[in-house]
Design a protein around this ligand. Structure first.
Ligand code: SAH
Length: 214
């Protein structure tokens, strides 16, 4: 549980790399600078934690590339106090970034092992999102509607429940596609039943799976 000057130095380098790749939102870059990504990874990966790479986090899942985290977060256009729903807590790194940006975060993970691991590290770092073990297809109606929704697994289609749980004027960032690659979609809820959508490039995520794993 150490965050040394060396780690901070590596984060600084990562932040310049992300900026050179086109991430412009300084709040997002500051959040990446603030969150010790190496603590979300198994110790064997510590040395590479600040390269722009994805890693295994257990249960056959991966932590997203820092660039992907920054790209999706930038698209949300977060405002402090926004209520944000995240589908796919995974390692909890993206969750921590959202908290760092001042959002009220609700995050769902369908792998129990990951839910438990992420809960531990997130609490240790002092963040206070609401975390839940369950099926993200249904969203989290008790706490909706949300200002922003971020899906961090590849969705074969846009879940109806998530559209319902968006506020009018709200934004959802979701990688769409059933195969190996997905198209990053930005959905804006323009009216009660009116949505606009934009395609923002191809990414590769682990699949969004149906039903809660045992
Ligand atoms: N934001 C995470 C990404 C992890 S990968 C991070 O940066 O670490 C995507 C995660 O989505 C995996 O942990 C996977 O178990 C989870 N997932 C897949 N289908 C899901 C579903 N239907 N509901 C909730 N989580 C899901």
């Amino acid at each position: 549980m150490e965050d040394t000057y060396r780690h901070k130095g590596m984060r600084k380098q990562l932040v310049s790399e992300l900026a050179s790749k086109g991430i412009q939102d300084t709040d997002v870059l500051e959040a990446i600078m603030a969150v010790p990504r190496h603590l979300f990874l198994d110790a064997v990966f510590t040395k590479q934690a600040y390269s722009n790479m994805a890693f295994q986090i257990g249960a056959g899942q991966t932590i997203s590339h820092p660039y992907t985290v920054a790209f999706q977060t930038e698209l949300l256009e977060l405002v402090k106090g926004d209520k944000v729903l995240e589908i796919g807590t995974g390692s909890g790194f993206q969750t921590a970034i959202l908290c760092e940006l001042g959002a009220k975060v609700y995050s769902i993970e369908r792998q129990r092992e990951l839910y438990l691991k992420a809960t531990q590290i997130i609490r240790k770092l002092g963040y206070t999102p609401k975390l839940r073990y369950g099926d993200g297809y249904k969203g989290w109606p008790t706490f909706g509607p949300f200002d922003k929704i971020i899906v961090t697994c590849g969705a074969p289609f846009i879940p109806e429940d998530l559209l319902k749980q968006m506020k009018v004027g709200g934004r959802m960032v979701i990688p769409l596609g059933a195969g190996k690659d997905q198209e990053m979609m930005l959905i804006v809820k323009e009216g009660e039943r009116e949505f606009s959508q934009k395609k923002l490039g191809v990414f590769s995520f682990v699949p969004m799976l149906k039903e809660t794993a045992k």
